[in-house]
Design a protein around this ligand. Sequence first.
Ligand SMILES: *[C@@H]1O[C@H](CO)[C@@H](O)[C@H](O)[C@H]1NC(C)=O
Ligand SMILES: *[C@@H]1O[C@H](CO)[C@@H](O)[C@H](O)[C@H]1NC(C)=O
Ligand SMILES: *[C@@H]1O[C@H](CO)[C@@H](O)[C@H](O)[C@H]1NC(C)=O
Ligand SMILES: *[C@@H]1O[C@H](CO)[C@@H](O)[C@H](O)[C@H]1NC(C)=O
Length: 506
Amino acid sequence: MLVSSTMHLLSMCVLSLVLSCCQGRVDPNFRIRAVNLGGWLVTEGWIKPSLFDGIVNKDFLDGTALQFKSVTTGKYLSAEQGGGSILVANRTTASGWETFRLWRTNETAFNFRVFGKQFIGVGTDGNGIDIVAVSKAPGHSETFEILRNSDDKNRVRIKAPNGYYLQAKTEEVVTADSQGNKGWGDDDPSVFVMKMTGRLEGEFQVTNGYGPENAPQVMREHWRTFIVEKDFEFISQNGLNAVRIPVGWWIASDPTPPPPFVGGSLQALDNAFQWAKKYGLKVIIDLHAAPGSQNGWEHSGCRDSSQEWGKTDETITQTVAVIDFLTSRYAKSPSLYAVELINEPLSPGVTLSSVIEYYKAGYAAVRRHTSTAFVVMSNRLGPMKPRELFPMASGLKRSVIDVHYYNLFEDMFNNMTLQQNIDFVYNNRSSQLNYLTTSNGPLTFVGEWVAEWQVVGAGKEDYQRLAEAQMEVYGRASFGWAYWTLKNVNKHWSLEWMINNGYIKL
Ligand SMILES: *[C@@H]1O[C@H](CO)[C@@H](O)[C@H](O)[C@H]1NC(C)=O
Ligand SMILES: *[C@@H]1O[C@H](CO)[C@@H](O)[C@H](O)[C@H]1NC(C)=O
Ligand SMILES: *[C@@H]1O[C@H](CO)[C@@H](O)[C@H](O)[C@H]1NC(C)=O
Ligand SMILES: *[C@@H]1O[C@H](CO)[C@@H](O)[C@H](O)[C@H]1NC(C)=O
């Protein structure tokens, strides 16, 4: 038994040597064991909350979702028909039409985007006091201030650009003609009770929150201190062999990216490549934020949750140019291992045909500069067929399908026991991965996973089992896996913490 498995191993090694010698053929035994450098591109608020501390009015970042209940009508402000019409104050419950997303123009001035994506403003017809939601692009007439009651921050007035305050005159008439000087009682139709129902904390929010004066300094400091050379040393000393580095599309126009983004991200990536070389680590460049946003989440550089990527040819062409830029810059680096064309495109907003059109063009862009780098293509999230990329990817050499196996977000995990969670990994995740792993199709990559779950009272050993189960199953992915993430304020999401505290050992 022992002898035969040793023999088997030996012959595998010989085989892999033979294979790896021949014009860049892939060593079939090699697997990426990577960690994501999430948070370097500001990808989630809770990665480093202190990054937001210096922002004036930090409740009101881009994309913050607000609802307003009139104290006099007792009903919610609403964009009639979701947009394209007037504002009313006659809705008893609040959801899409009653939700306003902020665009921040400076620390005190905001645009309010409605469900149909229009901005509210003072109507140009009539007497200059009607509030409508018709503008497609915000200007002076769409710029408002929010004034908060100092005793109760959720009682607010909204000051219109004509200098007057919004008021719900009746349930069906909302105008900008109140002096707003009657105190904060329930009898003043210019007073609203504000409720925050959503918030984004990504790189757009940080940079626009600080504004052009302060953002460059804040981001430079973040890049200088958040991930440093020592981290690459740590990664290489703890059994990992690669890093997956999330970047934003604006990196391609560094050092002068379109505002609010600031220059310096390219230098940070250059540094990463230098450190990777020094410590023998491979790099997977991951385009995490694509122009227009491919998923509406803050980690895609999104301003207000709307998802525009792929809806125009322009967003696709622009993204291909970013891939071209990044690959050409790093193709000669011995550390460049793979280029991931886009992270987590979300169905149905991103259609199969647009993502396939993009993957073909993105693949060609990588191949213009390197024949050896792998090209990673993410399966869409949301409704999709697991093998939907196969017809396209199977013909492409060194292509890889990326899937993200988080086991805690779905409701179905809420009431699962420890053992059920572990079984889910061994049974369900395993068969999902098997279904994707074929002998002549693309390689498979579990590009994000974490040893965290929805189990209350789990102890250290339980976490160890969960991590081991995942490493065992995801270790069978033919390309490899990457943990999300290296550093995080939530300890189980921090691979650094998990390693330093003996929860994960490679
Ligand atoms: C913010 O913008 C508003 C409207 O454009 C302007 O009136 C105000 O002076 C600006 N405030 C600051 C602090 O720049
Ligand atoms: C609210 O007012 C608008 C405008 O008059 C009207 O079209 C709509 O039906 C009203 N909605 C409710 C829920 O009363
Ligand atoms: C979990 O169990 C509780 C109590 O039995 C139940 O109220 C809840 O609906 C369950 N949640 C899910 C997602 O099944
Ligand atoms: C896991 O797989 C089993 C067996 O195929 C199936 O019965 C079960 O519903 C799956 N569980 C979940 C949560 O999808």
